[in-house]
Design a protein around this ligand. Structure first.
Ligand SMILES: *Cc1c(COP(=O)(O)O)cnc(C)c1O
Length: 357
């Protein structure tokens, strides 16, 4: 029986043709295709300004730098996330303040944010984990009340919404990733979404050696540019995003209606979940469960087995009980748009037939 992988990018003929056209044109570096990708992406995020870069991590990094976050600043972040969220805080010389998550949604807990605000707090980074929007309604209020910058790590949440307001259009800045496992890919790549056009200009300068006009360097900058080759893939993928997310939601519905043994994902009313991951809680015997799925040819993975605050570069003594439990219980199973009915049935059968000791 064919193995069902946990993740598989949907790359088709359009991407191949589009990349080939760029190669034939010989204009390979940042150019027209990057501009087109930025313009098209902007429509997804209420027409905010978009700046394409070479990764989601670079997008987060430049968001923080362009908003003036640095040494002496505290930045509130969840610990139950990919390390990049906290790495960028350290990279700009600021201090990550790790706070706990909500047990039902796996997203940062607004009450815990408020409890951790000090005189040094400059910003909050929320992560829309697994494709489920964080509680931006409450968190925006908190940011406003305490005059804090709000940054969305939307690496897993392309196309997610709360009500009719898209994820990426809530904060002062947002960062998306186009790594191959994300809902849409450009090979590698990232997008910064900015509320303020001056800040967007700073991002464009930081991306390209501090230049807007060639050889007129205004500030010290990096080279974090996206290539037209990658943007060509991104433009094609963006056209498919609505269909991809619809399929992921359908697959998630199918699984949630049939899985009875474990706690399945929740999405509060008005929160549009785009199921970057479909994540179960296995209260005991997680390792056996993963082996059981593996033996039946089904891929799975743990996002994330070690809370970021416990990783060696951070080693923070803070006690985050919900983060700890989640890291011990979660398992993500396939939900990607390449699954057909037979594959979905196999996944349900495998999950439901697990016998823990
Ligand atoms: C993937 C991811 C990133 C980093 O994106 P890259 O494109 O891999 O640099 C950041 N935060 C979260 C939550 C992610 O899932």
């Amino acid at each position: 029986m064919r193995r069902i992988e946990l993740a598989r990018p949907s790359i088709g003929l359009q991407e191949i043709v589009s990349v080939t056209k760029v190669l034939v044109s010989k204009n390979l570096a940042q150019g027209k295709k990057v501009k087109e990708f930025e313009n098209n992406f902007s429509k997804l995020v209420s027409n905010r300004e978009c700046v394409a870069v070479n990764s989601g991590t670079s997008a987060l990094h430049l968001a923080l730098l362009s908003l003036g976050i640095g040494s002496g600043d505290e930045v509130i972040v969840p610990s139950f996330t990919f390390a990049a969220t906290a790495n960028v805080v350290k990279l700009v010389g600021a201090t990550p303040i790790f706070v706990d998550i909500d047990a039902d949604t796996f997203n940062i807990n607004p009450r815990q944010i408020e409890l951790n605000i000090t005189e040094s707090t400059k910003a909050i980074i929320v992560v829309h984990l697994y494709g489920l929007p964080a509680n931006m309604i409450e968190i925006s209020e908190i940011a406003k009340k305490h005059k804090l910058l709000l940054i969305e790590d939307a690496a897993q949440a392309h196309g997610a919404m709360i009500g009719n307001r898209p994820i990426g259009a809530w904060g002062d800045a947002a960062a998306f990733s186009f790594y191959p496992t994300k809902n849409i890919t450009s090979g590698e790549g990232g997008m910064i979404v900015l509320k303020n056009s001056q800040v967007a200009r700073t991002c464009r300068l930081l991306r390209n050696q501090g230049m807007e006009v060639r050889y007129q360097n205004e500030i010290v900058g990096y080279n974090l540019r996206m290539t037209d080759i990658h943007a060509a893939i991104g433009v094609c993928q963006l056209k498919k995003l609505a269909r991809i997310n619809y399929k992921r939601q359908k697959n998630a519905d199918y699984l949630s209606r049939r899985i009875t043994r474990f706690k399945t994902p929740v999405a509060p009313d008005e929160f549009k979940h785009v199921y970057h991951q479909y994540t179960l809680r296995i209260d005991s015997g997680r390792e056996l469960f993963i082996r059981h799925l593996d033996q039946l040819g089904i891929g799975s993975a743990i996002y994330y087995p070690i809370p970021v605050h416990e990783l060696p570069p951070f080693r923070d003594q803070v006690n985050l009980p919900q983060t700890k439990i989640a890291s011990e219980q979660v398992v993500s199973i396939p939900v990607h748009p390449g699954l057909n009915k037979r594959a979905l049935r196999r996944i349900v059968q495998a999950v439901e037939s697990f016998v823990s000791e």
